[in-house]
Design a protein around this ligand. Structure first.
Ligand code: GZL
Length: 307
C-alpha cells in the first residue's frame, strides 16, 4: 500500500490500531535494554500495537522476524540492523508487500534507499571522532608514545565500523598515538573482560583503552583491577554510550570520559510511525542529540541520567 492503513481482512491488530513490527538486535548491553524499554514504553503511550522480537545478535533471526511481520501484514516495520550488509532481499520483500520500513539506531549499506523510509540514529563516526579529540586534548603538549588498545563492537555492525574509523582519523593528528591492539569485545561485559585480560597479558605497557561501548569498558575495568592496575589512572579509559554504570565508574575515577550515544529513540520512532501511516513525508536521515561527559561532570549528571 501507500503507507495508509491496510484495510483488508488480513491486516493485523484492531480495526483502528497501528501495528508496528520491531525486530531488535538483542539484549547485549545496557544501551540495548534502555533502547528496548524506550520503544516498548512509547508504543504503549501512543496506543500503537507493538510486535517485538529479540534476535540474540543474529542477522538470520532478524530476517526471520521481518518475514514474519510481512506475513502478519503489520502497518510498519522498524529494526536496528545488527550488521550493515545483506538486507536488500528482505527489504525488497517488505517493499513488494507495501509495508514501509524504518531503520533505527544502525544503518544498512543498501544502495537502493527506496528500501526504507528513514534512518533515525546517531552519527557513529562523530562519536569516534569525539573520543579521539578528547585523547588529543589529554596529551596536548606532551611528547611521549601513547600505547592504545581498542575493544571494538560486534563485527560488521555500523557502530563498530564507524567508531573505529572516527577515532583512527582523529588520533592520526598525533604521531605519538599507537593502537597496539584492536579486537572485538562484541559489545558485552563478559567478552570485553576476556579480551582486555588477553591485551594485558601480551602488552605490559598499555596507556589507554578505547572501548566502543560502556559494557565492554566495565568488563575491562574488572580485568585491569585483577591485573593489579588502576583503571582511570594507570590506564585511561574512553567509552561510548553513557549508561548509568559508566557515569558511576567516572565518579569512582575508573573511566575518564564517556561519549554519549542516546538509546531513547522510542518517542521519535512512534512519531515517525504515525506520520508514515498517515502518508506524510519524513526526513530520510534523522540524527539523535547527544554529547560528551568528562569525569568532573559525572557526579552532577548522574542523578538525571535516564538509562
Ligand atoms: C549504538 C548501538 C550499540 C551500543 C551498544 O547505537 O547500536 O549497540 O553502543 C549496543 O551498547 O550493543
Amino acid at each position: 500500500g501507500d503507507g495508509t492503513r491496510d484495510d483488508d481482512a488480513g491486516a493485523a491488530g484492531g480495526d483502528d490500531k497501528i501495528v508496528l513490527g520491531f525486530a531488535q538486535v538483542g539484549a547485549e548491553s545496557g544501551w540495548r535494554t534502555a533502547n528496548t524499554k524506550s520503544i516498548q514504553d512509547s508504543a504503549k503511550a501512543e496506543g500503537i500495537e507493538l510486535q517485538f522480537t529479540d534476535a540474540q545478535q543474529k542477522q538470520e533471526n532478524q530476517i526471520k522476524s521481518i518475514r514474519g511481520f510481512i506475513q502478519q501484514k503489520v502497518d510498519v516495520i522498524a529494526f536496528s540492523p545488527v550488521v550493515n550488509t545483506g538486507w536488500d532481499p528482505v527489504l525488497k520483500e517488505a517493499k513488494a508487500a507495501g509495508i514501509p520500513v524504518i531503520l533505527t539506531d544502525r544503518a544498512v549499506d543498501s544502495q537502493d534507499t527506496s528500501l526504507y523510509v528513514t534512518f533515525i540514529g546517531s552519527d557513529f563516526i562523530l562519536e569516534g571522532k569525539r573520543a579521539g579529540d578528547w585523547l588529543l586534548k589529554e596529551y596536548e603538549g606532551k611528547n611521549e608514545t601513547v600505547n592504545i588498545v581498542e575493544l571494538q563492537g560486534s563485527p560488521g555492525a555500523a557502530p563498530a565500523i564507524d567508531r573505529k574509523k572516527g577515532f583512527a582519523d582523529a588520533i592520526a593528528a598525533n604521531p605519538n598515538f599507537k593502537v597496539i591492539a584492536s579486537q572485538t569485545g562484541e559489545f558485552t561485559r563478559a567478552k570485553g573482560k576476556e579480551v582486555m585480560t588477553a591485551f594485558l597479558q601480551s602488552n605490559p605497557d598499555i596507556d589507554v583503552l578505547y572501548a566502543h561501548n560502556d559494557d565492554m569498558a566495565l568488563g575491562a575495568i574488572q580485568a585491569i583491577e585483577e591485573a593489579g592496575k588502576k583503571p582511570g589512572t594507570d590506564i585511561k579509559i574512553i567509552s561510548i554510550d553513557g549508561v548509568k554504570d559508566a557515569f558511576q565508574a567516572m565518579v569512582d575515577g575508573k573511566i575518564n570520559v564517556v561519549v554519549e550515544c542516546n538509546p531513547l529513540l522510542g518517542p521519535q520512532l512512534m512519531d515517525l510511525v504515525k506520520k508514515v501511516v498517515a502518508g506524510e513525508t519524513v526526513e530520510k536521515r534523522i540524527l539523535t542529540e547527544e554529547g560528551v561527559f568528562t569525569q568532573d561532570q559525572a557526579a552532577a549528571a548522574l542523578p538525571s541520567r535516564q538509562y
